[in-house]
Design a protein around this ligand. Structure first.
Ligand SMILES: [Zn+2]
Length: 251
């Protein structure tokens, strides 16, 4: 059943709810959505906000507007955008196992090649910040929040060093998801140490302008994290991994 949207006229809320209805099969691929008037009434929202929400979903290739016909649901397993994945993650506060696996696979492939480009393209002057980040991570090893923020900075810096704006936009979009999962992974001291060690190896390869090694080290670093994440989240049935811990490590 359609749930009435409680917050006032927020198109993001409406878009989130429509997306849920599409991902859970209430509206199926190829199906025509109800008319604007009917849908607005069923959701308890005004038509202007609904129209805005539909425009967002159209941009994310979740629905398509056919002139003179109406709005149709696309097959999101085949056609939706990376932004749609992120939006779903935010709306549902997590990803299902297959989506997480897919996101993990993509980030490993994209970032390992970004590391290769960074090794090939970074100029000497840019590299000081890499060293600085390693020192900061080492100093912040006991603080999960700080450590996670620095982990994110490290990956974004490599993205910038690669000097490939489109790849950078892909990876920074994916990190909206990965950042919250990384916080969960970093709860264990052992994982933070392993993460720092991986970063040291990646940084060394980039500083040595060794693209192959940078690529391999990044692949190894992220593969380890993704496998641990899927195991923690879906195989050991722990508390949801996207709960960002509030306190420092309790181990
Ligand atoms: Zn990392």
């Amino acid at each position: 059943m359609l749930q009435r949207v409680k917050k006032k006229n927020l198109y993001q809320e409406i878009a989130g709810q429509l997306m849920k209805l599409i991902t859970n099969g209430h509206f199926k691929p190829g199906q025509q959505m109800p008319g604007e008037r009917e849908l607005a009434a069923r959701l308890g929202v005004n038509r202007t906000s609904l129209r805005e929400a539909l425009r967002v979903l159209e941009m994310m290739r979740i629905v398509e507007k056919r002139v003179g016909e109406g709005v149709y649901v696309r097959d999101i397993s085949r056609e939706s955008s990376l932004e749609a994945l992120v939006f779903r993650f935010l709306a549902e506060d997590g990803l299902d196992r297959d989506s997480l696996r897919g996101a993990g696979e993509a980030i490993v492939i994209v970032e390992s090649n970004i590391a290769r480009l960074a090794a090939e393209r970074a100029a000497n002057g840019d590299l000081a910040r890499l060293d600085e980040l390693l020192d900061q991570m080492n100093a912040g090893i006991d603080d999960i929040k700080t450590f996670t923020a620095l982990d994110y900075d490290f990956h974004m810096l490599i993205g910038q060093l690669a000097q490939s704006p489109v790849l950078f936009s892909v990876v920074s979009t994916m990190w909206i998801i990965m950042k919250r999962y990384a916080a969960a992974l970093h709860c264990a001291t052992e994982r933070r140490l392993k993460c720092l060690e991986g970063h040291r190896r990646i940084a060394a390869a980039i500083m040595a302008a060794d693209g192959d090694t940078a690529c391999r080290e990044m692949e190894c670093h992220l593969n380890g994290a993704v496998v641990a994440l899927i195991t923690e989240t879906y195989e050991r049935r722990h508390a949801p991994a996207w709960n960002i811990p509030q306190n420092n490590d309790k181990e």
